[in-house]
Design a protein around this ligand. Structure first.
Ligand code: BG6
Length: 468
């Protein structure tokens, strides 16, 4: 089979991502600093994997210097993670900084920069303080929006002179979708009103933080990291196309449009009104969103979503759920990552790039996450103990190629970040599925070891060339 070599532009990001909660562990955490995820993990012990969970995670908080050296060895140009809001402050009302935790971030950022790796920091990767959920109902409260802005102010004051690429949220739709739409996670409450209120307040919080950053005159940019699902209708029949369009409104455009265009799609507002979804917003808030679009978006892309028109009738008494309009559809014969149950379809990258070009005026974006979670990866170790993850190399190659192709064709895809740099704690299933370029050996003091893919990534990064 013939191969082609694709040049990777010098300014194209070749990075990897992680988040604070999924790596750091609870070492040094003070009473009252639980995040929503900590609270969930304490309620639902079944999500821990063989007893391994977030308590130690990868112990990044103690081992970040070792990990930064590995980032360099794996050729990363950028590293994306979050600051854990619940730990950065000791008092959320008055935004009092936890000096010990903040000093660790100072040191981490310095270590990254000293090794030529650009940090990209997110202010919330599901790390809403649990106390704010208990006291105010979390993102259902307008006061929590204000508290988030106070937190952002402290973060920027401390680090914005050395970190220039900021993000408000990672996948802001996820928690309330699992908790309030689908009632799959603690506190298990189907409540579409709350779902939309959380969506709106996160959109408002993004706009306010963008405004703050600009008012204070910092150099750099503020974006947000979204997970718009590349959604395909089962067929070109009108009812399937309509199902996909409505799915897109509820799960994708609800964040994409406010972030980039500064406004909600009128069709979404009309559908929410039609189904009497009650959410509180006013003209002042909409004006703040309008005036403060983000500078860039990171997009997490894993697998395609396929929908069809619903085949069953909706019971009129049931609270409204967007699934009133669609059903999921599985493509026969699809390629699968069976560990995670996700379809593999690299065309989603090209299709997302086209969408950003055609519908969002070629707005700057990059792949903020893409990757492959594999169960029991130790079975792929060679005699020397190195995981031979050729499946991951193939997966990255196929998706990165689509991103480079889009970039070369004038679409504004500016980089690729793998999820994840190391194996880490998944919110859904702790350490069960391994995503890392670097193995974390749980049975051996969390020893780090580069997988085959890490050596390969380093080569690609050094040569700035992808062989397909
Ligand atoms: C992304 C999240 O949606 O997917 C990460 O931003 C998450 O936090 C990743 O870990 C992989 O999904 P999962 O559920 O397999 O961990």
């Amino acid at each position: 089979m013939s191969t082609i070599n694709v040049t990777i532009p010098a300014d194209f990001i070749l990075g990897a991502a992680a988040s604070a909660w999924q790596t750091e562990g609870w070492s040094g955490k003070k009473a009252g600093q639980d995040s929503y995820l900590d609270a969930w993990y304490q309620h639902d012990r079944h999500v821990w994997h063989n007893g391994y969970g977030p308590a130690v995670a990868t112990d990044f908080i103690n081992r970040y210097k070792e990990d930064v050296a590995l980032m360099k060895a794996a050729g990363l140009t950028h590293y994306r993670t979050s600051i854990n809001w619940s730990r950065f402050l000791t008092d959320y009302e008055n935004a009092v900084v936890d000096e010990e935790y903040a000093a660790y971030y100072d040191s981490l950022i310095d270590e990254l920069l000293a090794n030529g790796i650009q940090p990209m920091l997110c202010l919330e990767h599901y790390e809403l303080p649990a106390a704010l959920l208990e006291q105010y109902g979390g993102w259902g409260s307008k006061h929590v929006v204000e508290l988030f802005v106070r937190y952002a102010q402290q973060v920027f004051a401390r680090y914005a002179h050395k970190v220039t690429r900021w993000f408000t949220f990672n996948e802001p739709i996820v928690v309330q979708t699992r908790v309030y739409l689908d009632a799959l996670r603690w506190p298990y409450e189907q409540n579409t009103d709350k779902w939309m209120q959380w969506n709106h307040h996160k959109n408002l919080a993004t706009a306010k933080v963008v405004a703050l950053f600009r008012e204070q005159g910092y150099q750099g940019s503020v974006g947000t990291i979204l997970n718009p699902e590349v959604t395909y209708p089962r067929s070109s029949a009108a009812h399937d196309v309509k199902a996909a369009e409505i799915y897109d409104l509820f799960y994708n455009r609800v964040f994409l449009d406010p972030a980039i265009k500064g406004e909600y799609p009128p069709e979404l507002i009309a559908l929410l009104a039609k189904h009497q979804v009650s959410w509180q917003y006013d003209a002042t808030e909409l004006a703040i969103i309008k005036a403060n679009p983000v500078d860039e978006v990171g997009i997490n892309l894993y697998y395609p979503h396929r929908v069809k028109a619903p085949s069953r009738a909706w019971h009129p008494e049931t609270p409204f759920h967007p699934a009133f309009y669609y059903e999921h559809f599985e493509l026969p014969g699809r390629r699968m990552n069976t560990s995670r149950g996700w379809e593999i379809q690299p065309a989603i990258v090209w299709d997302m790039a086209q969408r950003m070009k055609n519908e969002y005026d070629n707005f700057p974006w990059f792949i903020a996450e893409n990757g492959m979670g594999i169960e029991n990866e130790a079975r792929f170790k060679n005699a020397g103990g190195e995981i031979q993850d050729d499946y991951r190399i193939d997966f990255i190659t196929e998706h990165l190629y689509q991103a480079l192709r889009a970039n070369a064709a004038g679409m504004n895809c500016q980089g690729y970040m793998l999820w994840a740099f190391t194996d880490n704690v998944s919110p859904m299933n702790a350490f069960k599925n391994r995503y890392g370029l670097i193995e974390i050996d749980l049975e051996n003091q969390r020893q780090r070891r580069m997988k085959k893919s890490a050596h390969w990534y380093q080569q690609v990064s050094e040569q700035r060339q992808l062989t397909v």
